[in-house]
Ligand binder design. Structure first.
Ligand code: MSP
Length: 505
């Protein structure tokens, strides 16, 4: 079992936003989960430096592009650790290993006869870093995504013969109905291919910033022809002396949002075929996380960069909100105040209280000792584990979290229904009381393991409070996993009340 996941490599024309954090964080949940299932995993992210817009920002700031990129790469490198995302490698397209590999990769396409020279005369949107046709523009001639007029470019370029790959791409899509998920994105990509493909320029003549083409050093690789290749190049130099392609190509899953679907679902598989590589195993195209109000938080009373929410609520609360606030895969609008609401109602009340009540009752009625006792378990935890795993295999991140949360709520209902405080009144119920307390600890143990990919700080704290093993192996999501232990103490609140800073606005 091998699982290689990538995020897009982000443009460094400005600093990271909550939107970039969203893809990286959800990617981390998927990878952590597969690791819990025993997969050999690799998680790649990084930055895309050779864009025209990056070069222009550097110029505006009076810096050499490389110097500018070196400076701004710092906050980008910190993005994953800030979200507690464990990446295996952070790639920069200015890495020597990447640059050398891109040249070799493009040379292979050239040698296969899929590159030719022509004059490009047409429109280019620097925001998209993409060539545009008239039909793609608004009636006023603007780029529909950036609402700015594209620039006219006329230069000698090298073109990739994408049109020659139409039939092979259609055959690939027909053979592999799960190549692109969700289904509606598969259909979107397939109909784009079926509608006919135009060759695209893979070089830029008028820009000095980029990777020179091996067969004509007067031109640099077009930024997408450089950036997409990162998904393979990283494997050749991330671990010096080791070629990770043997382990992780083509078992790759690309995670991206819908803005860059064509590049990933159409251009990239064709480029791989042209260079003699297998196409990726799967691409998952998610929607946009739109914030109803980008900066102002009602509960915090002032402007806040959404990324700073981690400083107020902790990383796990923001991770939880990302997975839960909008249905992963679809567009959705979320509010910053949703973090506060979910923190109080779901994290503190549903989960935090369940742990507090459970441990408090084990202390009060059993002096901290857990015994198996005799009571029917309220949840089929193996079935829950299978459901969650199946959902995460399909990238149904929100559905998986909801399924776990249904388990949390079911345990809370179990407490109410079994009323341990009543059972404790009569010694004749001793075995039943033990059993009920055991089922609560057992359920919480299994649910903590299931939650570990989403809440990597909280899950180990739950296991520790219950004096259960820290092992996060997925086989532990089952009934009867909890050990009989002594010395359970009343747990401190998992999600304490937040003292909100006084409003300044
Ligand atoms: N550099 C290219 C990608 C090259 S990959 C070979 C690029 N960079 S980007 O900085 O614009 O990043 C776009 C990606 O950032 C989206 O596809 C998505 O993964 C993520 N997102 C940025 N804002 C987002 C939201 N508001 N919501 C969801 N995802 C967001 O395109």
């Amino acid at each position: 079992m091998r699982f290689y996941l990538t995020t897009p490599i982000y443009y460094v024309n400005s600093t990271p936003t909550i939107g970039h954090a969203y893809t990286t964080t959800i990617g981390d949940m998927l990878v952590r989960h597969q690791r819990q299932r025993g997969a050999d995993t690799f998680f790649l992210t990084g930055v895309d430096e050779h864009a025209t817009k990056v070069w222009r920002v550097a110029e505006e700031q009076g810096l050499e592009p490389q110097e500018y990129a070196d400076r701004i790469a710092v906050p980008w490198r910190e993005l994953a650790p800030r979200m507690n995302a464990e990446v295996d490698f952070f790639l920069r397209t200015s890495d020597e290993g990447h640059k050398a590999f891109v040249r070799e990769f493009l040379q292979r396409i050239y040698d296969n006869g899929d590159v030719y020279e022509d004059i490009y005369a047409g429109l280019y949107c620097v925001g998209c870093e993409a060539f545009k046709t008239e039909e793609e523009l608004t009636p006023d001639g603007l780029c529909p995504d950036h609402l700015v007029p594209p620039e006219w470019i006329e230069e000698k370029n090298y073109f990739f013969r994408l049109s020659a790959y139409q039939d092979r791409l259609l055959a690939l899509y027909d053979e592999r109905p799960d190549l692109v998920l969700p289904d509606f994105r598969y259909n979107e990509a397939r109909s784009f291919i079926a509608g006919g493909l135009r060759d695209f320029s893979i070089s830029r003549a008028g820009q000095p910033w980029g990777i020179p083409l091996p067969w004509d050093e007067s031109q640099v690789a077009y930024v997408w022809a450089d950036a997409l290749v990162n998904y393979v190049s990283a494997l050749t130099y991330a671990h010096p002396g080791e070629d990770l392609r043997d382990r992780f190509w083509p078992v790759v899953h690309h995670l991206l949002a819908k803005d860059i679907l064509r590049f990933h679902c159409v251009y990239w598989p064709a480029m791989l075929l042209a260079a003699g590589y297998e196409p990726p195993k799967q691409l998952f195209v998610h929607g946009y996380l739109l914030l109803d109000d980008r900066k102002i938080s009602k509960s915090l009373g002032n402007a806040i960069d959404p990324l700073e929410l981690t400083g107020v609520y902790g990383v796990d609360a923001v991770r939880y909100w990302m997975a839960r606030a909008i249905s992963f895969g679809h567009d959705g609008s979320a509010s910053i105040d949703g973090v506060q609401e979910r923190y109080e109602n779901e994290l503190a009340n549903d989960l935090g209280n369940l742990l507090s009540r459970t441990t408090a009752m084990v202390v009060q009625y059993r002096d901290g000792s857990l015994r198996r006792g005799e009571a029917t378990a309220p949840l089929d935890l193996s079935a829950l584990g299978k459901d969650v795993a199946d959902r995460l295999d399909r990238f149904d991140v929100t559905g998986a979290l909801v399924a776990i949360w249904d388990g949390v709520r079911a345990l809370n209902q179990y407490v109410t229904a079994e009323a341990p405080w009543q059972l404790a009144k009569d010694d004749a119920n001793a075995a039943k009381l033990d059993g009920v307390l055991y089922n609560l600890v057992d359920g919480l143990t299994a649910l903590a393991v299931a939650l570990a990919a989403f809440l990597p700080e909280t899950a180990p704290r739950i296991l520790e409070s219950l004096r259960q093993s820290a092992d996060l192996g997925w086989e532990r999501v089952r009934n009867g996993v909890a050990e009989e232990v002594d010395g359970i103490a009343a747990a401190k609140p998992l999600f304490p009340k937040i003292e909100l800073p006084a409003a300044t606005a």
